[in-house]
Ligand binder design. Structure first.
Ligand code: ZN
Length: 86
């Protein structure tokens, strides 16, 4: 069964993770996609299903520790990390 989070909840969750530092604001240094091997999404905390495409990325502060996302979660994070801080 494919589990997805409602987009408005996803935005709130990722926003709070950016606020408290669980997700970085800094620039993505490298991004790639690959078939999922059951990784946990750093955006929504759900496990990627086999049929999901994994989006992985590294940032300056995370160094070699890559972040894993669903495609949709990656887009939300990428969008929000660039948004001006309020
Ligand atoms: Zn996700």
């Amino acid at each position: 069964m494919k589990i997805t989070m409602r987009p408005e909840l996803l935005r709130v969750l990722i926003h709070s993770k950016l606020q408290d530092g669980r997700l970085p604001h800094d620039s993505i240094t490298k991004v790639w996609s690959s078939p999922s091997a059951g990784e946990t999404c750093d955006g929504c905390d759900l496990i990627l299903a086999k049929e999901d495409l994994l989006m992985a990325g590294t940032t300056l502060t995370r160094g070699r520790m890559s972040l894993h996302f669903h495609v949709v979660c990656f887009r939300v994070w990428d969008d929000q990390r660039r948004a001006p801080q309020s």
